[in-house]
Design a protein around this ligand. Structure first.
Ligand code: DC
Length: 230
């Protein structure tokens, strides 16, 4: 299919805690588009591997798990993220732990795992449009997206946001540990050889430090209005 008749995509890339997840939800609700939480696919691959007793160092096994992911995203109440089922088991809470994030970041360095998840991510692109949240949405998965946003925020602010989010979910976390965790993950995500975390050349970089979610939503909708009218 020619690119010019494909559904539009707004890509939201950036480090953990920059607000991508919340903004992706809000944008998808506002525009009534589908959303892709690509980080969930890396998290699910890591979780699936561990549940099957597969070593996170075994590339062929990880590729098999990634290719055969039996996932269902079930809509929950309005404004809430969907519940996630892996092989019929509700893994929503397990998926969001820092431990799962760490494992996801580690297997995400493996090019074969990334390749195994590529088409599954592209299949989310359907009319009327897609909001795609991740690290390489604008650079690798949807390089022809008409609107690319790269969200950043200081690591201290991202750690505070993550802390509040996890506390709300009832998780027992320490701010200082989260700060170190985010720094380590930034390092790993930005310095891997394949699809490192970086803004696409044609991305608009939005620093969310000190801005409310509503302010950032307005900025992104403004960028989209401009891009879609040209
Ligand atoms: O966005 P998240 O925290 O759920 O992502 C978890 C990890 O998955 C992240 O540290 C790096 C990896 N990831 C990736 O490499 N590429 C993506 N498009 C999304 C996530």
């Amino acid at each position: 299919m020619a690119d010019n008749i494909q559904a539009p995509v707004i890509t939201l890339d950036g480090p953990g805690g920059a607000g991508k997840g919340t903004l992706t939800q809000l944008l998808a609700n506002h525009l009534n588009w589908r959303l892709l939480d690509s980080g969930a696919l890396y998290r699910l691959t890591a979780l699936g591997a561990l549940k099957q007793g597969v070593s996170l160092d075994s590339v062929p096994d990880l590729v098999r798990v990634a290719s055969q992911l039996d996932v269902e995203f079930r809509p929950s109440s309005v404004g809430e993220p969907p519940r996630v089922f892996l092989a019929g088991e509700d893994v929503t809470a397990e998926l969001r732990t820092e431990e799962t994030g760490r494992h996801a970041s580690s297997i995400a360095t493996i090019p074969e795992v990334r390749a195994a998840l590529l088409q599954r991510q592209r299949d989310f692109r359907q009319p009327p449009g897609l909001i795609a949240d991740g690290r390489d949405m604008g650079t690798v998965v949807f390089p022809d997206a008409p609107c690319k946003i790269f969200l950043t925020a200081s690591v201290e602010e991202r750690a505070r946001r993550r802390f509040n989010q996890l506390k709300q979910q009832g998780q027992d976390v320490k701010l200082s540990a989260l700060l170190e965790e985010l720094k380590a993950r930034d390092e790993q995500d930005m310095n891997r050889a394949t699809a490192p975390l970086k803004p696409a050349d044609d991305a608009v970089v939005v620093d969310t430090t000190g801005h409310s979610i509503e302010e950032v939503l307005k900025i992104i909708l403004g960028v989209w209005a401009e891009k879609s009218s040209t």
